[in-house]
Design a protein around this ligand. Structure first.
Ligand code: NOJ
Length: 740
């Protein structure tokens, strides 16, 4: 006779078996902890780099190897490859306790196959694709003996001068939280312990993206309200997705270094959010509390950091040797250290490293996984999705496949290296496709490809212009490749001037003056300023840094084999003077009605308030029509929901994807609200001529915000619902009311 489990039991089973698993691991952790000396415990909290220092690979460094053998190390970063990780792990197995090391690495946008930079991927608004991108990176990373990536960076960033905007998901909290969740899921797959899952690390906790004046490592000063409402939610999303680790940050937050902040790490993360993973410091950030003027020496820095909840010391050499003396002097309790060690050992058990410390260091698997064709396919697809079409006057794009001659002009036209972006790790081994090569792959011998560099990226010389103009004159269409080199956006790559560097815009002017059709591709790690180009050149695509398959992706989009659907995840200013500029700013008492309305208004006398390109903006080769907005109710209580629907029609000639964006404005509230906030979106594919009914639901969660007491509440009152194709291009709107 078949037996069926009661439904209640079925629902409870996975949860209770997870609990049982947790309990089992806790027992194992306790059993190991019991056997450890204080020095060995402190060793677990210590992390060294493997190869990015003067001594070369770790395997050449007798001092580090001795420390591993002596049980003074819990983890290493920058050790990678099945062979090298195995060799180093073998040394850890010679230590008294034989506790395996965790190997961590900055796998930010791909391991061997390079994916578009995270900001570019965010422009796809395609959560599934981003999760898959992280999955591919995890598979390659895990097969190379590495257990842990220092990603995703989930810092909200409203200042494009900050070079690290390239590493995050842009300026919006809602979009950023969804992406944070997707990326953590992608890295961790079906869960730690699987051979294709690596630990994610949500960073930089917290508010690092708000460095004053966009200068990296700079102080952050913000209201509690902004912290909770804008900067913390993506971190919470990472916790909800099960992120195994967190990294704290270099910055001070309201006068306290994040690394030494118990408010952030103990009260919020480990307290309120009940986080059971561990926190690693940022590189040297514990020691940097001395330079901050917060700790007088490394011993005090160690004391402040461990008490604040920083579990692992990345490369500041403060915990070792500092903590042992702090314990002897009774300044730090052993229970505090035990808690940190427990968190780290837990992950080592979850990864299965106690069962087999070499389980990830498998050369055969590495060989099979790295650069696998399906990984490159995923990178190509992600690159296509990441491109944002900014302008396409007179449908100059897509290009016809029967063109006789195309000229590729500009300093990035043949560049392979720069396509990688700042955080790529596989430099030597990755096969990168330049724009020129991508076009060649596409047109074969049917079309002649001409080329001229014109200038270097940061040149002040225009000597190459004449040749470039000569080449341009021979072509039917000119595709220009301008922007930044890969080291112009990234860590420590802040720039006060974010105009397209050097004389590149002058080169565009010179080529445009030939009267030939010009398409400009901007390749960069941040929003750049290029007003003349935006106003005069008929077609512009923002391609960011697209990774291994960059050139093929650009060629597919240029020729219409892929219809672009990306939307900007960050506002593009007209001028640095407008920064910080973001779409969801707070209402003011004297709002300007339009860009010319300056008299005693919140406005500039010399420049419009509006951006050059707004958050959420991006074109397609087709067009979409929005109509028929209906709300199931226009008055609800907090327990009710509103069903929102409207019709989206593809009115153009091509099949294409549209990101429909739902914004809300809470018109009157106990805390002044933004003029609009993204609260939902969908990416919809429609064939030419096709229509679809799009549905959204408005519930209490979407209407809630942090009140003055920092409580998450939905207040009764009037709301405006806006459906748009961009934050500044709202197609449909209706009001509704929340009543008590
Ligand atoms: C410093 C960076 O801020 C952090 O994001 C990175 O993970 C570490 N260095 C390790 O490379």
């Amino acid at each position: 006779m078949r037996r069926y489990l009661p439904l209640a039991l079925i629902l409870v089973l996975p949860f209770s078996s997870a609990l049982a698993q947790d309990k089992k691991i806790e027992k194992k952790v306790d059993s190991v902890l019991k056997l450890m000396t204080l020095d060995e415990k402190i060793g677990q909290l210590n992390q060294y780099t493997g190869d990015r220092d003067a001594t070369g690979p770790i395997t050449n460094n007798p001092n580090k190897l001795k420390d591993i053998r002596d049980g003074k190390l819990g983890s290493m970063l920058n050790v990678r490859g099945a062979k090298e990780t195995r060799e180093v792990q073998e040394v850890a197995m010679q230590s008294r306790m034989k506790i395996p090391l965790i190997f961590g690495l900055d796998v930010i946008h791909g391991y061997r196959v390079t994916f578009p930079i995270p900001l570019a991927e965010a422009a796809s608004w395609d959560l599934e694709a981003m999760e898959n991108g992280a999955r591919v990176a995890a598979r390659e990373t895990a097969a190379s003996g590495v257990h842990w990536t220092f990603a995703p960076m989930v810092d909200i960033a409203r200042d494009p001068r900050w070079g690290r905007v390239m590493e995050g998901a842009g300026e919006d909290t809602y979009l950023g939280s969804k992406i944070a969740f997707a990326r953590v899921k992608g890295f961790q797959g079906k869960g730690l312990g699987n051979l294709d899952a690596i630990m994610a690390c949500a960073k930089h906790f917290a508010a690092y993206g708000a460095a004053i004046a966009g200068r990296d490592y700079n102080a952050v000063d913000m209201s509690e309200h902004t912290l909770w409402e804008t900067y913390l939610p993506p971190f919470k999303a990472a916790v909800d997705a099960g992120a195994a680790t967190f990294m704290n940050s270099f910055n001070t937050l309201n006068g306290i270094p994040a690394t030494g902040s118990s408010y952030l790490q103990r009260d919020i993360l480990k307290g309120q959010w009940k986080y059971t993973g561990f926190v690693v410091s940022d590189w040297g950030s514990i020691g940097e509390m001395i330079a901050h003027g917060y700790a007088k020496d490394k011993a005090e820095a160690a004391e402040l950091a461990i008490k604040a909840g920083s579990d692992m010391d990345m490369e500041s050499r403060s915990y070792l040797p500092g903590l042992a003396k702090l314990v002897a002097d009774k300044k730090v309790s052993v229970s505090l250290i035990d808690d940190a060690v427990r968190r780290i050992l837990r992950k080592k058990f979850e990864l299965g490293l106690f069962d087999d410390p070499y389980r990830f260091s498998n050369e055969a698997r590495q060989e099979k996984e790295l650069n696998a064709p399906e990984n490159r396919k995923a990178a190509l697809s992600m690159a296509e999705k990441s491109i944002v079409l900014l302008k396409n006057e007179n449908q100059i794009l897509p290009l016809s496949k029967s063109l006789k001659k195309i000229a590729v002009i500009g300093p990035l036209g043949k560049s392979e290296k720069d396509m990688q972006g700042f955080w790529s790790i596989a430099w030597e081994n990755d096969k990168l496709v330049s724009l020129y090569e991508g076009l060649k792959n596409k047109v074969g011998d049917k079309t002649e490809l001409l080329y001229a560099k014109g200038c270097e990226i940061s040149d002040s010389s225009k000597t190459g212009f004449a040749e470039a103009v000569q080449v341009a004159k021979q072509a039917d269409v000119i595709v220009m490749a301008v922007g930044e080199t890969l080291d112009m956006s990234g860590e420590a790559k802040s720039r006060a001037n974010i105009h397209i560097p050097g004389v590149q815009e002058d080169l565009i002017k010179a080529i445009q003056a030939t009267g030939k059709p010009v398409v400009v591709l901007v390749m960069a790690g941040r929003p750049l300023i290029f007003n003349w180009t935006a106003d005069h050149v008929p077609a512009i695509m923002y391609t960011w840094w697209l990774g291994s398959e960059a050139g093929n992706a650009m060629a597919n989009v240029l020729f219409g084999d892929y219809n672009p659907g990306g939307k900007l995840p960050m506002t593009f200013p007209r001028d640095e003077g407008q920064i910080p500029l973001y779409y969801n700013y707070l209402s003011t008492g004297r709002p300007a009605k339009n860009d010319k309305d300056t008299r005693y208004r919140s406005a500039y006398l010399d420049m419009p308030n509006s951006p050059k390109f707004a958050f959420g903006y991006g074109l397609s080769y087709t067009t979409f029509d929005y109509s028929g907005l209906t709300l199931s109710k226009t008055q609800i209580t907090a327990n009710d929901k509103i069903s929102v629907s409207f019709t989206l029609k593809n009115t153009g000639k091509y099949a294409g994807e549209e990101v429909v964006q739902l914004y809300l404005q809470d018109k009157f509230a106990s805390v002044v609200r933004p003029v609009k906030e993204l609260k939902d979106f969908q990416k919809v594919m429609l064939k030419a001529g096709e229509s679809k009914t799009i549905n959204f639901t408005i519930d209490k969660e979407k209407l809630s915000f942090y009140n003055q007491q920092l409580k998450w509440v939905a207040e009764a009152g009037d709301f405006k619902l806006m459906i748009g194709t961009a934050s500044n291009d709202i197609k449909l709107e209706k009001d509704f009311t929340l009543v008590n």
